[in-house]
Design a protein around this ligand. Sequence first.
Ligand code: NI
Length: 399
Amino acid sequence: MQHTELEKKILTISSEMSAQQIIWRRYLHQYPEISNNEFETTKYLANELKKLSIKTKKLKLPTGLTAEIKGKYPGPIVAVRTDIDALPILEQTNLVFQSKNKGCMHACGHDMHMAVVLGTAAVLQKMKDELHGSVRFLFQPSEEMPPGGARPMIEEGVLQNVQMIFGLHVDPHLKTGKIGLRDGVSMASVTDFDLIVYGKSGHAARPHNTVDAIVTAAEVIESLQKIVSREIDPIDSVVITFGKISGGYARNVICDRVHIVGTIRTLSTKASKDVPKKVKRIAQAICKAHGAKVEMFIKGEYPVLVNDFSTNEILQKNYISLFGKNKIEQTAQVLGGEDFACYLEHVKGAMFRLGVKNKKIEADKPWHSPKFIADEEALYFGTSLISASVIDSLGKLSR
Ligand code: NI
């Protein structure tokens, strides 16, 4: 392929970084930490950035950090975000660098994201002279657990003067060397909520003197599914899932309290606002009909993720000129959520998918699987792409 001098430089430095990126990635993989507990991860990242002579800044949040590289020329700021948290999963791979924090695993590839973004920081630090502005790196805690780390970071001002933001997520369904892009709505809104149904306890054989919270809760759960089938435009995708339900004391005691844990996913902002209200209305009405009471608690909300067309254009153009055509796939819409969406409410940007699928090394298991493996060859592709896109976007935005 014909590459410009700038592209050659990006590809060369990125490829020189690969060995170091594998070291970073493997270390992070060995010491995963769950959401909001990324203390050692934060220290490690700060230390590695310091070694690269990159300025870091602590957050008011207990974990996570930002880093910034000032370019040679004045100009705007673009941001690059990585999440840093892992999942409470017991790893079942045979990797030599398996998790040493038992019961905790980077099963969503956030270790890869960190290695890509650290590598990008290293590349751009060496290419400061090409930057018309600055690049800010956001190492964000708690992506996996709504309300998530994005919102509090935004409140702290991490997006101040930022004009464009890039994010990435590894994709085990996409072959290494490929990336996925999608304009507009790409991922769902998330509303995590709890319902608590209160009844009146009593003897199992005397239901007429009680209010059975289990029977009432059963009716609530079943009726709430009718929101999707009967109250939402069938073109508009909505999911209501209850992942956990608990309550009761013994076989012969009527239960007076049932705790239901649910999540709502939607692909439209309208539905994300409407569905929680409908849940409350129906739950209250059913409980009232049976003499029970209900409380609803919203535990966390992520908005719909809307990728910006012009940001995707920069990613696409740069990926094609670095690695050629036929390496880009259109990502399908999914009802999964991602708090990168919060940044996109304030500044234009896009999250791309980085292919990490490689059957030969069993890197083809889905996200959150205890056997999840990501192909490290992908680090190079992600790093070159973000480095090139940052330089390109700063050039465009500063014009
Ligand atoms: Ni993830």
